[in-house]
Design a protein around this ligand. Structure first.
Ligand code: FES
Length: 182
């Protein structure tokens, strides 16, 4: 009996070690399982929250006021190019608004004051101060946006109404709503 005691003790120690290791393994597995469950729930919660914030594209307004006719001197006014993609032009006939979109493939031309023309950076189309094409591949003048005076006498521009002047078709540039005659 006394001979067996050390062996028994060693066996017991080994089996306790195994037990402890098994327990640790079990705890690790359990933790991993919980981590998976919480991650799954977390992702689902985020997806549910995302549902309450739909993806909305905020487009700029198509109808807006730009000021009084007296705010515009003769020539090309580039103040609204960045915000509204337009140029306001005043000449002897009145005030009209050019929609800043090249009629070739839709790039935004630049106003080149030193050359007194609009120049498209994409394929080189050139337009005069009234937006009439005279060089490059652009097939027609740039379109003009609708303009009218509101009750206060301010100019209201409507870029959802565009007046075109295509070759071989009636030119709409002189129509009511395309120019404010002064
Ligand atoms: S898009 Fe302007 S010239 Fe081509």
């Amino acid at each position: 009996m006394s001979e067996n005691t050390p062996e028994t003790t060693t066996e017991e120690t080994v089996s306790e070690d195994l037990k402890a290791r098994k327990e640790k393994k079990l705890i690790r597995r359990r933790n991993f399982a919980w981590a998976c469950i919480w991650s799954f729930l977390g992702v689902n919660c985020l997806m549910a929250l995302r549902f309450f914030f739909p993806r909305i594209l905020f487009e700029p307004k198509t109808s807006f006021r730009i000021g009084y006719p007296s705010d515009f001197g003769f020539g090309v006014d580039t103040r609204f190019q960045q915000e509204h993609r337009i140029w306001v032009v005043r000449n002897t006939q009145g005030i009209f608004v050019i929609f800043a979109k090249c009629t070739h493939l839709g790039c935004t031309p630049d106003w080149v004051e030193s050359e007194n023309k609009f120049k498209c950076p994409c394929h080189g189309s050139g337009y005069d101060t009234e937006g009439i094409n005279f060089e490059g591949p652009a097939p027609r003048p740039m379109d003009r946006a609708g303009v009218q005076l509101d009750a206060e006498g301010q100019i209201v521009v409507d870029t959802s109404t565009l007046f075109q002047c295509p070759p071989g078709a009636p030119c709409r540039f002189g129509e009511d709503g395309s120019i404010i005659k002064i």
